[in-house]
Design a protein around this ligand. Structure first.
Ligand SMILES: C[S@@+](CC[C@H](N)C(=O)[O-])C[C@H]1O[C@@H](n2cnc3c(N)ncnc32)[C@H](O)[C@@H]1O
Length: 290
């Protein structure tokens, strides 16, 4: 007969197993997430059910997920979800895990929409991935519409599922296209805002965390020798898809702001500025079509 363990015992064992792992900052919190996920309960319930015996099926699921986490797989892929801005987004290894710094880009676009009275506008989210940026904007403005573009059919499937989950799918147009060869069409006419978080890591960069390089999709991360190929293509294309005075807002690497600003100015964008992230790095650049 298999050994029986209480939730308290399993909690202690899980914490101990995670302790000291390179990718685990907070073993207690991560143990809570893994156990709650296996038991299909909230984290607080773990403490309320401390003396309960954990069932065999739940224990097996926990063992599998703990082994995945101990090997370095990101928690978001194990749980299948990541909180971003005001919603929980489903994520799989087909999409980048949305990052907290990207929330600042969403906040900036919200300010621009309010200032320009663009609440009824159509926007585009280029390289939408899980849909984090575009769908967050749709939840914030109930009359906004969005074109969500990605080269990856698998990513667009996740974005579509997220749109349904969040309840904004009736205002979304999903476009499975490569931005490098995208041309204005009925499918993607001109819009007031293009926002995007393209791949921007130089190929061969040594600065990428192991878990990022190992688990996240390569096509979401890397872009040419200097990390600027996608940014340059996005910026060159954008004027063809923007209405007059339309806004382009892009995320980029912490050391790319000057080059990105130059690319914006070379394409005729005006009022170009960059926004700092919480660490003080300029991580997003905004400009307006003249
Ligand atoms: C850095 S991820 C951003 C995902 C999401 N927007 C976010 O911020 O979490 C970049 C996305 O761009 C997509 N992508 C890469 N190259 C592309 C291309 N040439 N055309 C369209 N999408 C592309 C990738 O599939 C990926 O989903």
């Amino acid at each position: 007969m298999a050994a029986k363990y209480t939730i308290e015992e399993i909690f202690e064992k899980t914490k101990a197993h995670l302790k000291g792992r390179a990718s685990v900052d907070n073993p207690r919190l991560e143990a809570e997430y893994l156990i709650a996920h296996s038991l299909k309960c909230n984290r607080i319930d773990i403490y309320l059910k401390y003396n309960q015996i954990i069932g065999e099926e739940d224990l097996n699921l926990l063992r599998t997920n703990l082994a995945r986490r101990a090997k370095g797989e990101p928690m978001a892929y194990i749980l299948g979800t990541k909180g971003f801005y005001k919603n929980d987004f489903s994520v799989t290894p087909d999409v980048l895990i949305p990052r907290p710094e990207t929330e600042l880009l969403v906040e900036e676009i919200c300010k621009i929409i309010e200032k320009m009275n663009w609440e009824n506008a159509i926007i585009a989210d280029w390289g939408t991935g899980s849909g984090a940026i575009g769908l967050s904007l749709l939840t914030e403005f109930k009359t906004l519409k969005a074109h969500l573009v990605d080269i990856s059919p698998a990513a667009l499937q996740i974005a579509t599922a997220n749109a349904t989950k969040i309840g904004v799918s009736d205002r979304c147009f999903f476009i499975n296209k490569d931005i490098f060869s995208l041309a204005p069409s009925q499918e993607h006419p001109s819009v007031d805002i293009i926002v995007g978080n393209p791949p921007y890591i130089p190929v061969g960069s040594k600065d990428v965390e192991t878990w990022v390089a190992e688990y996240e999709p390569k096509e979401a991360l890397f872009s040419g020798e200097k990390g600027l190929d996608h940014l340059a293509a996005w910026i060159n294309k954008a004027p063809h898809f923007l209405n007059q005075s339309g806004c382009l807002a892009l995320e980029h690497g912490f050391d790319q702001a000057q080059q990105v600003q130059d690319l914006f100015c070379n394409q005729g964008f005006v009022d170009v500025y960059s926004i700092k992230d919480l660490s003080g790095y300029q991580r997003h650049t905004v400009g307006f079509k003249k």
